[in-house]
Design a protein. Structure first.
Length: 210
C-alpha cells in the first residue's frame, strides 16, 4: 500500500497509462485501499501469529525494498539509479544483521528506563499485543503489554488489587455475580474468591496474558 508521498507518485506514474485524471486517481485509490485491507488481514492473522512481529517487519520491509528496487529497471539508468540500488541493498543487509531478540531487548530496556536493572523472564508475541514478564533487582516481577506495565507482585500493587476486590463487595453486600476485565497477575480475581460469590467471571482479551 502507498502512504504519504508515495500515493501522489503512484498517481503521477499512472497518468502515462492514458485515461482521464479522475479515472486514473480513482483506480489508484481503489487498488491502494484493497492493498491496505489485504495487508492488514495477512499481517494480523498470518504473519504475526506464525512468524512474530520482528520477522514480519523484516519480511514486509524486504518486500517494500524489492518493490522500490524493481522500479529502477523501468527508468533511465544513471547515477541516481545506481545510488538507489546501493542504498536499498545496504538497508536489506542491515535488516538481516539485526539480532533476533532486538524487540524483547528493547521492551526490557524501556521497562528499566535506564535506571533499574531489569531481567526479562518471558516474552510472548500475539495478534493484539506482546506480553512480557520482567524481574527487578529487588526480586519483584511485573507484567507488561506492548511495553506498558500493567500488573506486578510488588506489595503496593498487590494492596491496590486487593482493595479493588474487597471494597466493592463489602459496599454492595449480597453479591451473586461479578465480572472483572483483565486477568493480570490474578490477584483481584483471587481476592473475590474469599467472599463465596457463586459466579465470578474474568474476561481477558489477550490470550498471551493468560
Amino acid at each position: 500500500f502507498c502512504i504519504g508521498v508515495c500515493f501522489p507518485l503512484l498517481v503521477q506514474a499512472q497518468r502515462n497509462t492514458g485515461g482521464t485524471t479522475g479515472d486514473t486517481v480513482s483506480k489508484a485509490y481503489g487498488i491502494n485501499t484493497l492493498g491496505c485491507v489485504f495487508g492488514s488481514v495477512v499481517t494480523g492473522f498470518l504473519l504475526i501469529p506464525f512468524l512474530g512481529s520482528q520477522t514480519s517487519m523484516l519480511l514486509l520491509g524486504l518486500a517494500a525494498a524489492l518493490s522500490g528496487l524493481s522500479g529502477l529497471f523501468f527508468v533511465k539508468k544513471g547515477i541516481h539509479t545506481v545510488i538507489g540500488a546501493i542504498i536499498t541493498a545496504l538497508c536489506v543487509i542491515a535488516a538481516f544483521l539485526q539480532p533476533k531478540d532486538i524487540i524483547p531487548k528493547w521492551i526490557n530496556k524501556c521497562e528499566g528506563k535506564g535506571t533499574y536493572t531489569v531481567r526479562l523472564l518471558d516474552f510472548i508475541e500475539g495478534i493484539t499485543t506482546t506480553a512480557s514478564v520482567h524481574q527487578y533487582s529487588d526480586g519483584s516481577t511485573v507484567i507488561s503489554t506492548a511495553g506498558i506495565n500493567v500488573a506486578g507482585d510488588a506489595l503496593p500493587l498487590r494492596q491496590t488489587q486487593k482493595m479493588q476486590g474487597h471494597f466493592p463487595i463489602i459496599m454492595h453486600g449480597n453479591t451473586k455475580s461479578v465480572l472483572t476485565v483483565g486477568f493480570g497477575t490474578g490477584e483481584l480475581t483471587k481476592t473475590l474468591t474469599y467472599h463465596n460469590i457463586p459466579d465470578i467471571t474474568c474476561v481477558e482479551i489477550s490470550p498471551e496474558m493468560v
